[in-house]
Design a protein around this ligand. Sequence first.
Ligand code: GCU
Length: 666
Amino acid sequence: MQDYAKLWLGYTPKKNNRGCAELRKIRLSGAPESDRIVGNAVRELRNGFKEMLDLDPQIEYGPVGTGIAAKCGADLQERETYSIAIENDVLSIEGKSATAILYGAFDVLRTIACEQSVTEVYAAKKTVRPSNPLRMLNHWDNMDGSIERGYSGESFFYVNNEIVINERTEYYARLIASIGINAVVINNVNVKQAASYMITDRYFDKLAQLGEIFAGYGIGLYLCLNYASTIEIGGLDSADPLDANVIAWWKEKMAEVFARIPTLKGFLVKADSEGRPGPFTYGRTQADGANMLADIVADYNAIIIWRCFVYNCRQDWRDKKTDRARAGYDNFMPMDGDYHDNVILQIKNGPMDFQIREPISPLLGGMKKTNQMLEVQIAQEYTGHQIDVCYLIPEFKEILGFQTYCSETDDTVADIISGKTFGSRYSGIAAVTNTGNDFNWTGNYLAGANLFGFGRLAMDTGLSAEQIAEEFVRMTISDDDEVVKEIVGILLPSREIYERYTSPLGIGWMVQPATHYGCSVDGYEYDRWGTYHRADHLGIGVDRTDKGTGYAFQYNEPNASIYNDPQKCPDELVLFFHHLPYTHVLHSGKTVIQHIYDTHFEGYAQAQELAARWDALQGKVDDAIFENVKERFARQLVNAREWCDQVNSYFFRKSGIPDEKGREIW
Ligand code: GCU
């Protein structure tokens, strides 16, 4: 028996022909029939038409064209652009590469699966140019099978330090190609133990095999690299990026690696962060480290993606000057322009670490001469562990739409990472993935919406969170209009609800240390991680203004002045930037303390409403899906109640100010 769910590729029979019965042929143009990606596209089309419509259209091949060799991100976008049109009785899918044709095929199948009429949707030619050149998933899978911050079982790539390739591997490639993912990093950014040996003979054959499977679906294979490989597996005593022996070792190593894994596209590196080694040890900059590796892999047309998550994780909580939020900018901004052409800096969306609410990293819009990539997290590390429902696409839409004021036009995060703003050579978006070997891939069935949604949004940042949710539900759970409406209604507000019952006004953290699930208001308050709320009996928040850590001035104007002023700063971020009395009045007209009480009571009540809405779907969705989500909701409610009561009690006890509405506080 198949041990994984088909998710959105589980095509079910459709009630009518969706405008397809009149189609005589499907014509694929732009790549040869012999190309295996085209072969996969044809197989998808045949299966999908058969399963959904019981039709067997004739496939024919149009002109092949000259193709484009991708030398930069814009070439990649051009190469992966597809058009779909209906001419007479022929459905024509056209692109400049086989991958474009594959994406076109999935577009057609999605249209049918979502119960739309093919003849109507493609009556006017539809052209989709990927919004981002790189659309990437980062697996934090360890080779022992565990997954760092994984909430859906174990890894499906590794068992007992061996790489596993089976039916599920190919299915995974189909699944993510169908939403437009074109790059995957298959191992944890914290490269230790067996993973350090990925670039040795021990794993080459399997990696080559995996790379081939991915390549059949237009997906590039990437690995995380141990920066200190020269020491840990090379027997040298240094990893100094300017040391000739170190450089020579890497040259030889990379020649071997690319010869043995020809499909490999590059590496992702976490250096000088949370105990991982890096160039700082040798008094070198992050640019020195990244450029050294990039120059070597350039010979193989490969890239180095270098993470900006570099900060001091051994801080003293008594120290109010050191500010973790400043670290990314302080460490990377001074070298803007120094990073070589095939280096991309990968920047987490916020300056801290994937909290439910953070300002946008000031590096995005700060750096103007560096290739940049946005990193988001669909693994719900701080957003409910795929127990609590938290549909993240509305958050990602906000991030992408953020205006950085880095140029007169095209200055949003979406513009920057698309490559448009600075004409970057490479750019894009990556998500820390939420998958594992659970039957349903993502623990909670509804968390599948984040995987699906991330891919769809990376491909087309213009799509709305609602449209994406609707597609997901129709393709994965039910195509009954009413059920779709209900589940979309559960997904859409879920992030706001999660925010309400957890940490208020942008302050973040307040989670159980280590696991990051559940409430612990002071869990990180007297710790070394730079994650403080600084609450006392008078007020709460971190002063990041010009009178505090100065973080607000890492932004371009007018953002800097807006964030610096508590009267102008948006409510949802006000405690991120300011230390304020509990009696401070927000734009909403409420005091800080009353906001805390109201949002927590409301958030918990709204979580209960979501659970009740789900309960009402019994018998209307598949039993296994129903039970899975119901069981998660039961746990979510326990969690939400704890958050609500603990946060309210904590701040009542600190401030002594009662709830205006006299509700029960402990
Ligand atoms: C967070 C997370 C770690 C992870 C790190 C990273 O701090 O808790 O598990 O390694 O982010 O992004 O590198």
